[in-house]
Each structure stands twice: as C-alpha cells, then as structure tokens.
Unconditional design. Structure first.
Length: 374
C-alpha cells in the first residue's frame, strides 16, 4: 500500500515532488496532522514497519480531513537519504502545510519541527547496545532521545516499554501513553497453508521462529530445541534476515534458515507450524507471538521484557537463558496434543483482544486532542 497525498484532498493544495502538498493561499482552516510514513517504505517488514503501515493507513482512512500522509519518493528511500528526508524535507513541508503536528511512528522525529508526536517502541538501543552497530546507537541515542524529550507526547507499545523509557531514557511519564499494537484480520486459522509451504520448500512438519539475527533475539539458545524436535521428525525453521545496523549474532546450529519471508506469506507460514517460539531477551511488545496465536499456532516465549505482558496466559513462558527448558517447552507445544490444544484456544482468545483498528482509534483520539491545543 503506497499512500500519497490525494490532490483532491480538501487541504492538499498543490502536490509537491516529495508527495506532500502545500496549503492553498488564504486557507485558514486548522492545520492537518502530517503522518510520517517513512518506515513503511522499507523493503522488509519487522514490528516497527508493521506498526507504521497498519496505523497510518487506518488513520488516513479514519479522518481524511485531518491527516496528510508524507513519505520519501522511491529515489530517496535508501537509509541515509530517507533519514535526511525525515530531518530536513519533512519539517519544511509540514511548515508549508501549516501543520498542527507531525506524527512519526518509528522511534525518530524531525528535530527541526516543534510539534512532534512519536512512537518509541522500546529502549533497546540503551538496554541492549551490543545488538546494534555503533552508528545506529549514536544516531538513536542523540536524535532519538532528543526528539522524544522535545515531543509533545510519546506513544509506546507496552507498560514494560513505558517503564524502560522512564528509567533508561529519562522521559517524563506524564507524556508517555501506552497504545499496544494489533493483529490484522488476515492472520487467522482459516486457509490452506500448503501453497505457501510449497513455495518455501517446507515439505514436512516444522516448528517456527521469526526474528532478525541480532544477539538480543537469542536464537542460539534454540539448538537443543532443534535437536529434540529433530528426534521427532520435526524441523525447527527460522524465518528472518539481517539488517546493516544490527550486530550479527553468527550462525545458529540446527535451525533451518529460509531467509526473509514476504509479508503476504506470513499467515500461511504461521498456520502450517506445529509451534512458534520466540526466545528473545528483549522485546518491546512481541507482535509475532500474537500473529502466531491468531493463526491457531501454539506459542512458546521468553519470560522476559514485554513478552509476558503481551502473551498473558496464552503461551508457555520460559527462561531464555535456559536452553534445556526452551527445548522441553517447544517439544511439548509441538507434540503434546492436550498442551497444543489448550495453547491454541488460549492464543485465539488472546489475539482477539488486539486489533489495529483499536490501535488506530486510540492514536487518533490522542492526536486529535493534541492538535486541538495547538
């Protein structure tokens, strides 16, 4: 979904080359809220990109008279160019629009703009510095924290992340609002996973983990689980890739890597799995756990960070630093019929409590309130 400014939008005015419009002369209506969709233009999707695409699309549809979507043009989407667009072009265009606010849902906001609302998903760059490159740490510690401290309000995705941002980043708790993410309706137990599994070359039973390969995801701890599953004829499949700003964790013994999986294939990949496991030591939310639950897949997760908050009682929660316990839990979820059935039922109930429509509605309420004060 590539959202650009609609020239017929009542506040669109004359379209600019970067997809943002100028305000017509003499327009004295309240300024719009500019939605920064930069993160959703990245070629691969993790939780931050998902949050951006799902929420901004819904906000734009929910109140088209209030919101204007802005994103870099394709030639400006390489990382350095996109960051320059966010810090230089976006605030200039917001000024031309007479914007009330700029809303940025991916941890960074344009420092040259005085009225920002942003989403900080976690404090991982502060708490888990070894997971990132030195350049990424410096960029987020300087620009990210400066933007968050100057913002009118900061949204975060869990109570865990709220506590982390207060303690590690020194953010004012009175300006922090928790709005969790959701699960799209396409993540459902209904549907035949076979076409997706054929495309991915998955011919036999498998358990699944989805993660980037940075150290905080703790994928190396799954080696005993892989061996235990293999003894039962089940592969442990890892879907995910690396990003240049992550520190590489190395190879992971026993995991079958299928690389990055296209977003459209994820529901089928989840549906076909005997179990899903996320052994991460640090997560601000844990969206993949909810997506797996919504597809009827039993979930095993680390008992750390935001994962207990997100999963509730619908997953087997295990110490991520105990590989033997992880192996036992994954094996139970994948092979014990009673355990799997109980986790499936609980997971479907849990996932049903989270929706992107609710996330967008709560975000819209906050942005509307703040824009009314400008």
């Amino acid at each position: 979904m590539q959202l650009q400014v609609d020239p017929a939008h009542p506040r669109a005015g004359r379209p600019r080359r970067d997809g943002v419009a100028t305000t017509p002369a003499g327009d004295r209506s309240p300024g719009p809220v500019v939605l920064n969709r930069r993160a959703a233009t990245r070629p691969t999707v993790t939780g931050v990109e998902r949050w951006t695409a799902e929420v901004i699309g819904r906000l734009a549809a929910l109140a088209p008279d209030r919101y204007v979507v802005a994103q870099p043009r394709p030639r400006a989407r390489r990382r350095a160019a996109a960051q320059a667009w966010e810090q230089l072009v976006l605030p200039a265009r917001a000024a031309r629009l007479g914007a009330a606010l700029v809303f940025s849902p991916a941890n960074l906001a344009p420092l040259a703009w005085p009225r920002n609302v942003l989403v900080m998903h976690d404090a991982a760059a502060l708490r888990e510095p070894d997971a990132y490159s030195a350049a990424y740490r410096a960029w987020h510690r300087r620009l990210g924290l400066a933007g968050a401290r100057r913002a009118l309000a900061v949204i975060t995705v869990s109570e865990f992340s709220r506590r982390e941002l207060v303690e590690a980043a020194g953010l004012d708790p009175d300006r922090l609002t928790v709005i969790p993410g959701g699960v799209d309706r396409r993540f459902t137990p209904q549907g035949d996973p076979a076409p997706v599994l054929r495309r991915l070359g998955l011919e036999g039973p498998y358990a699944l983990t989805i993660a980037t390969d940075d150290p905080r995801k703790n994928l190396a701890a799954l080696a005993p689980a892989s061996a235990a599953l293999a003894a039962q004829g089940i592969e442990l499949v890892w879907a995910g890739d690396s990003r240049p700003y992550f520190a590489r964790a190395g190879s992971f013994a026993g995991l079958r890597s299928i690389g990055y999986v296209d977003d459209a294939d994820l529901p089928g990949l989840y549906r076909g799995a005997r179990a899903f496991v996320l052994p991460s030591r640090y997560e601000g939310f844990g969206l993949t756990c909810l997506e797996a639950m919504a597809c009827g897949t039993p979930v095993v997760a680390a008992n750390r960070a935001a994962l207990p908050e997100t999963c509730g009682d619908a997953a087997l929660l295990v110490d991520p630093d105990d590989p033997a316990a992880l192996a036992e839990a994954v094996l139970r979820a994948a092979t014990d019929g009673a355990v799997g059935a109980a986790l499936r039922a609980a997971g479907l109930r849990r996932a049903h409590a989270f929706s992107w429509d609710a996330t967008a509605a709560r975000t819209d309420a906050l942005l509307s309130e703040l824009a009314g004060r400008v």
